[in-house]
Design a protein around this ligand. Sequence first.
Ligand SMILES: NC(=O)c1ccc[n+]([C@@H]2O[C@H](COP(=O)([O-])OP(=O)(O)OC[C@H]3O[C@@H](n4cnc5c(N)ncnc54)[C@H](OP(=O)(O)O)[C@@H]3O)[C@@H](O)[C@H]2O)c1
Length: 172
Amino acid sequence: MGGGLADLWERTGHRVTRLGRDGGDVSDAEAVLVAVPGGSIAEALDRVKGVEGKTMIDATNLYGVVPPDSFASNAEFVRSKTNGPTAKSFNINFASLYGRLREARARPSNLWCGDEAAREVVEQLNRDAGYDPVYTGPIENAAAQEALLGVIFAINEAMGPYVYPFAPLESL
Ligand SMILES: NC(=O)c1ccc[n+]([C@@H]2O[C@H](COP(=O)([O-])OP(=O)(O)OC[C@H]3O[C@@H](n4cnc5c(N)ncnc54)[C@H](OP(=O)(O)O)[C@@H]3O)[C@@H](O)[C@H]2O)c1
């Protein structure tokens, strides 16, 4: 999903640097998206330099793992490591649909929660990717936003292919 968002953002004029599992230096970045397996977040952040004070967007989900260091959410763990404005976003919408966002009958919404100081960046990046940002509150709500994935999977199991914002895939 990191690569897919990078492609969407580049189309709207952003300059994006893609880091792999070897990490890198983000000192020059205005904002950093974290899109690694949820259980690898601590390891991944350890390999990235220049995160102190950065605006961070955590897009991870947790499958069968819990956030590190007893944090309620991965987003709060990220903030504890970076001490900058932090948001949770892009964890609910399927990356496989990025190529179809512009075909949607209505512009899809996308959730974010987190720090006010991250609002301008995260809402702009939502819009530039093709979503209408919907604010779900402070970062203490990140655990609820992470848990929403379980609801989406439950709907898919019970009803077939549904996607957030809860419409049958074929109706979009
Ligand atoms: N795909 C979706 O639709 C979607 C939607 C919402 C949220 N998410 C969440 O977004 C995150 C990424 O999902 P994805 O589907 O993009 O997965 P993915 O295609 O497997 O990409 C994961 C990325 O993380 C890197 N990575 C793996 N282990 C790492 C480690 N220990 N340290 C640092 N980097 C590591 C991978 O590097 P390599 O290429 O070297 O393996 C790859 O670049 C997950 O938390 C997922 O739950 C995904």
